[in-house]
Ligand binder design. Structure first.
Ligand SMILES: *[C@@H]1O[C@H](CO)[C@@H](O)[C@H](O)[C@H]1NC(C)=O
Length: 136
């Protein structure tokens, strides 16, 4: 009698411990920091390439530099319901115009309306970066 009571109590205790653990891990959000960003499937898609060239040409005209777009290396997108439109985080490979080498730059481009080239806005542009992890 005593023994089966203890077994039952142990089972209840274990059940509670598991529930508490589960609740804590759900509440603390076991999600990566950029869980709401979706990776772009194809960074050679002309639409993505267009976002990359836009970032470089806009940055060039703002800062009077002559960086040359090479390719988009990696990209994430996030639909913005608060301001409407979509944000794109891109890692871009860039030639500096003088040497043969390429550097990686980070950029964020906002697009107000889907497929609207005129609705692009450069929000962030930085580089060269040593590690993609600085950004992502
Ligand atoms: C990515 O997009 C390019 C350009 O549209 C296309 O040629 C290529 O086949 C696509 N790759 C994949 C894996 O869909």
């Amino acid at each position: 009698m005593d023994s089966s009571y203890q077994t039952l109590m142990s089972k209840i205790l274990i059940f509670f411990l598991i529930s508490i653990f589960f609740n804590i891990s759900v509440a603390s959000g076991d999600k990566p920091p950029h869980y709401d960003w979706t990776p772009l499937k194809n960074v050679t898609d002309p639409d993505v390439v267009n976002l990359g060239t836009f970032a470089v040409t806009t940055h060039n005209s703002q800062t009077h530099t002559s960086l040359v777009f090479d390719r988009v290396v990696y990209g994430l997108m996030k639909v913005r319901t608060d301001i409407s439109g979509t944000d794109y985080k891109l890692i871009i490979s860039i030639r500096d115009g003088t040497g043969q080498g390429t550097d990686r730059f980070e950029t964020v481009v906002h697009r107000g309306i889907k497929n609207c080239i005129q609705c692009l806005k450069l929000k962030y542009f930085k580089g060269p970066v040593n590690s993609v992890l600085e950004f992502f």
